[in-house]
Structures are given as structure tokens and as C-alpha cells.
Design a binder for this molecule. Sequence first.
Ligand code: AMP
Ligand code: MG
Length: 402
Amino acid sequence: MSRFLHVVAVPEAVATAVGMAPDPVTEDIPADHAPGRVLCADVIAGEDIPGFDRSIVDGFAVRAEDTAGSSESVPALLRCAGRVAMGHAAAGFSVANGGCVYIPTGGVLPKGANAVVMVENTEETGDMVLVKRPVSYGENILLHDDDYRRGAVVLPAGRRLSPRDAGVLAACGRTSVIVSKKPVVGIISTGNELVPVTATPGPGQVRDANASMLAAYLREYGCTPKFYGIVPDEHEAFETVISRALPECDVLLLSGGSSKDDRDMTARVVAGRGEVLVHGIAIAPGKPTIIGRIDGKPVFGLPGHPASAFVVFIVIVCPLLDRMLGQTKALLHTTRATLGDNIPSQKGREEYFRVRLVNGTAQPVFGKAGLLNTLVASDGLVRIPSGCEGLELGSEVDVILW
Ligand code: AMP
Ligand code: MG
């Protein structure tokens, strides 16, 4: 008996998956460990940054008006009142009419000055300085709150932190940040023909590629993958592993078991322990996908072909993970490209076609289902909407980079 009860469109499948997401669980971690993690609370500037008006060049702090009209042939002549020392307030110095003060990059701007002339545009003769180029008001100066004003949002909640952000956190005096905990995602491969990576496949056998592929991507995505090995196409064995994995994981990914008989088994096991919410998605590749819930936890039955499993993972599972991580912007990047060939597609299903990018052209990677080489040969996917019978050579497309 087929349990392909009702094939749903991709947006409905995504909404079903995302609808199961528990709220992000937070934890406090050292700021320099935060890159790759998703921020769960805004980071607010506790003070103005940089906190004092400073020079952004080596030169002379001046009053801009004193340099007006100066040039190489007719320089302005200013009297130097001293030198600003790094790391100290410029107390004791001020720039008066016709005066200037030497200031290094990052030095505190002395009172009275409103611009800095680069040292390259000056010449020192004794305690006099020739200025050979005029500067405008505020030139070469960073004001005390130019970077961040006290109370400003420096990094918003929902942002996936980068190594650059770690530097900004340090500049803000933050040693720790509140991020979402990494969801633990259990990976179970099913199929009588599957053997571990370390085995030499016998006739009819294939190595388990999906578990490694999914785990690698999950790690990159900021989750913790957990392997539960290969399970034969047997109801009881499958149920036993699922029962063991459930309490240890936040999400379960089952791959394989998408041929009709197998699928029935996966669906029966999920239905027996919980509920099947979606059974078949109008997506290619990846139609025979199951979305279910057991003990309140999302469970996915992904198709066995590695490329299909990966497409479904990206299109359906990643939005759920985004929600669990509290991430506001999808991690996947897209780029515009011109299609280098026609791609035929069937109306009524959303198709994700593998393409290779060559100098701004998206070249379709044609190949039979089940090939691994198309995964390596492609740079990403072009989405063909369900109401579309294909895309024509020369059309502008978004390429989802993977
Ligand atoms: P299934 O979805 O179980 O019908 O499997 C479809 C195809 O994917 C079959 O050729 C399987 O051998 C293959 N397959 C299933 N699981 C995996 C896996 N974990 N790694 C590599 N190939 C797989
Ligand atoms: Mg199978």
C-alpha cells in the first residue's frame, strides 16, 4: 500500500518543518569562540567608541581655517606647540590661531584643533611647520562616537558571528556573548546495501556517503552531528535505533528508505512512534521525503541518493535549523548568473538543477540520478519554480551556492 498520501508544495513543506522548531536554547560562551555561532541577544555599545576625538593619520593638528589657500608654492606657516604622546590625553596642548601640534595616528586631538594635515603635506623647520595643502573642517579626524555611540546596537541578535565580529566584541570590552546552543542532529542511514566507509563494497553494496556528507555540512552550519550508523531495512532494527537516538538529539535525519516499500517502512516507524506530517514533496530531486515528529522532535526521512538527500536537506531542513539557531539570515549565498543552456523541467514540481559557474555563466550539469560526480562538478543549484516548464539559455538566474 502506498503511503504517498498527499504530495505537498515546497513552501508548505518548509512551513511544516519550520513550524516544529523549538525556541533557541542559549548559552554564554567566550567571545573569541563565537565566530560561526548565532547571537541571541543584541550587543550594545556600553560607551562611545572610540571614546575620544583622534587623528587617523600622522601629521599636524590644526585649525582648518589656518590652512585655507595654502599650496606647495605658498605654504601656510604655523608654529608647532608640541607633540601628542600616544595613549595619553592631550592635556596641556591646545591649538590656537596660527598654531599646530604634531599628532601621530590614533593620538588624542588637542583642544582647538578641528583637522589634521598629513605629515606628507608639511615640512618642519625648527618649531615652524610649512603646510602645503589646505584641509577642510573635520578632515583626518575620527570623532569620539563616529564608530559607535553609547547605547547603539553593535551586533544584532540573530547574526551569525564572524571572526571580524570577534575583534569588534573585544573593542567593546566583551569577553563573552550569548549564543544559541548547537542543535544536536542525529544521522541514521538505512539500506541493506549500505556498508561503512571503511569497508570494501561487495556486489550490490555501496558505501554510506550520506552520513559523512550530512555531518560535514551540519558542522559547517553550526550544529553537532551524531552518528547512529547503518540500519538494515528492518522495522524493528530501525525502531530500536530511533528510540536510542531520540533522547540524545534535537532533530533526527534518516536517509535512504525512499523506494516505495522502504518508504512505507520509514513512514510506519515514524507514524508508530509519533506522527507523519508530510509524506511526499513536489520537489525534484527529493519527492519521496518524509517530515514527521516524534516526542515533539522533528524527524526527516530523506531520499537515499546523495544529491537528492542534500537538496532536500538544504531546501527543507536548513530553514528549520535556522529557526532553532535563531538565525535571521539564511547562511546560503546566491549569485546572479546567465544560464548557459536550456533546462527542461516538469510543471507542478519545484526543481533544483545543479549548475557549474564559468565566468558568470551557469552551465547546467546534466547527469543521471544517483551520480556522485555531479555533486563535485557543480557549484550550486538553480531553482525552477513549480509553474515553469523550464528555463531558457540566456535567462538571468539566481544560483544558490553550495
Ligand atoms: P532509497 O532512498 O533507499 O531507495 O535509495 C535510493 C538510492 O540511494 C539507492 O541506490 C541507494 O543505494 C542509495 N543510497 C541510500 N542511502 C545511501 C547512503 N547513505 N549513501 C549512499 N547512497 C545511498
Ligand atoms: Mg533503501
